[in-house]
Design a protein. Sequence first.
Length: 55
Amino acid sequence: MIFLTTCFCCGNNNIDLMMIPGRDFLPAQDILKNWLAEYQRDLVRSKPSPQSAAN
């Protein structure tokens, strides 16, 4: 699932912004999907363990 976000200054969404430098829609979608997966992995890694949170 890809969430589109819109820039309030220019009105473009993240797919539009990825396509400006010449990327096609599907490759731009894949890049955004990979960034989301990387972000979600980083969130899991940065959560403190229950033991460290108790200290």
